[in-house]
Design a protein around this ligand. Structure first.
Ligand code: TXA
Ligand code: MG
Length: 444
């Protein structure tokens, strides 16, 4: 029989691994992860998934504490190629290698399999001690005769390694017995998935198995650091803040090696489809940077955009999404301006494919008061409040963008957040993702 082609449809199964699935490290040194021997709500499912990872070339989706990953045996080229095939993207970006314990990592670093000498560069000692297992990826030298498939490193001399903190993920990797290459389990360019449903939405028919371990705790991907250069560099902001990394010995002078800063000035329209656009829902994203209450001026701007939308929209009324964080109230300032008001607030029920929506999504309609005293219905408004603290914003961000897409909004206004100094928060990671998703960035 011929190989299955990309268009071939698999019967995608979602299998639940009960929450509370546990395992433990043999000692505090993180050398060896121990998989629980008893069946406690998931072992059989994990064994089945591990077997697929070991033998099949179709990747398996699984939860980590950051986002869902699309995993494959990192030592087999055919398996790694399966990831790119399922995601529908070219293989030009190196993948992160997920390990269950330090012994698995040492195996990758030594060409001989001899662990008598510590092979993990000393610069990473303080980071591993403080942040592993957890949302941190470190770059390591890929040895000659590396066991890793060349597709994983995209031809680089280094590979990125991460020990996730999710016990489910650690046990899956351990049972597979091989390092697991895993990018986020979204279709190329879409927001990363933080629930099994998100993965199903994007990859249904393209893979066979999705392990469902509930919603991811952190909600944004791991921080990627390079300690092989001097001074060391943060390549991608993520679940561990630069502020906390800087507290570690040898990392005091860590530099920022990613670019996402907003340009100064007014609204900056960005052409859609440019190569840095990423994490993007279907709708246009307008990111409002700098924290402040939404004002009457914002409402005016919204109004102008909305009327433009209406003009170009065959359903005659714009659908506006709002993602509020620290200051905006639910309706993004509309209810505060003199000439418009928000009518009703209820939970929308019309998700297009029956997937569950964010608990906090509320629906209303915006009515403008015309000069002759009439109320004109100008837009449907769908609003999500993520709450004021950075953790809850990160946790709910990708989900909110996906939910608003499900509700077919034309445009999503997102209230940006600033880092709270001294808290080691991950606002930088949130804003990095939002700046990449945004079509327009408005700076105050
Ligand atoms: O939280 C995460 O890191 C998630 C979960 C699934 O673990 N994974 C993830 O993988 O976000 P991915 O493939 O979407 O992102 C990999 C990032 C990219 O920014 C890539 O450029 C960088 O890591 N990376 C990987 N290996 C690298 C290397 N050798 N040199 C430089 N950057 C590397
Ligand atoms: Mg990704």
């Amino acid at each position: 029989m011929a190989n299955k082609s990309v268009s071939e449809v698999y019967n995608t199964q979602v299998e639940l691994v009960e929450s509370g699935y546990e395992g433990h490290f043999k000692t505090a040194s993180l050398d060896t992860w121990i998989v629980p021997s008893e069946h406690n709500g998931g072992l059989e499912t994990l064994q089945k998934a591990a077997k697929l990872l070991k033998n099949s070339d179709i990747p398996v989706a699984f939860p980590t504490e950051t986002v869902y990953g699309l995993g494959a045996d990192a030592t087999r080229s055919s398996a790694v190629k399966g990831i790119y095939k399922a995601k529908g993207r070219p293989s030009d970006n190196p993948l992160i290698i997920h390990i269950s314990d330090l012994n698995m990592l040492r195996d990758l670093l030594s060409s001989t399999g001899n662990h008598s000498q510590e092979s993990i560069p000393v610069i990473y000692g303080p980071l591993i001690e403080r942040f592993w297992p957890g949302p941190l990826t470190i770059l390591l030298p890929n040895p000659p005769n590396s066991k890793l498939a060349p597709e994983v490193t995209a031809g680089l001399q280094t590979f990125g390694a991460r020990m996730p903190s999710s016990p489910l993920a650690l046990s899956l990797i351990k049972l597979a017995g091989v390092p697991i290459a895993a990018p986020s389990a979204n279709a190329s360019t879409k927001p990363s998935p933080t629930t099994a449903n998100h993965v199903l939405h994007d990859l249904k028919g393209r893979i066979e198995l999705i392990l469902d371990g509930g919603a991811c705790d952190v909600g944004v991907e791991s921080t990627v650091v390079d300690g092989l250069c001097h001074p060391p560099v943060v390549l991608r902001p993520g679940g561990v803040s630069t502020e906390l990394i800087r507290e570690c010995k040898g990392w005091e002078d860590v530099k920022i090696g990613y670019q996402d800063a907003p340009q100064n000035g007014e609204s900056k329209p960005r052409a859609p489809g440019m190569k840095y656009k990423h994490y993007s829902p279907k709708a246009k994203v307008v990111l409002v940077e700098g924290e402040a209450d939404a004002t009457e001026e914002d409402a005016e701007t919204f109004y102008r955009r909305v009327t433009n939308q209406v003009a170009s929209n065959d359903h005659g009324k714009a659908n506006v999404g709002i993602v509020a964080t620290r200051h905006w109230d639910t309706w993004g300032g509309w209810n505060k301006c003199g000439w418009a008001r928000v009518e009703t607030s209820r939970k929308p029920s019309d998700s297009t494919n029956g997937l569950s929506l964010h608990e906090n999504v509320q629906e209303g309609s915006i009515q403008a008061c015309t000069d002759n005293g009439e109320n004109l219905d100008i837009a449907r408004i769908l609003s999500i409040s993520l709450g004021p603290d950075t953790k809850s914003v990160a946790h709910g961000l990708f989900s909110a963008l996906r939910d608003l897409d499900e509700l077919n909004v034309d445009v999503i206004y997102v209230e940006g957040i600033r880092e709270i100094e001294g808290e080691g928060d991950i606002a930088a990671a949130v804003m990095n993702r939002l700046r990449k998703a945004a079509t327009v960035v408005k700076t105050r």
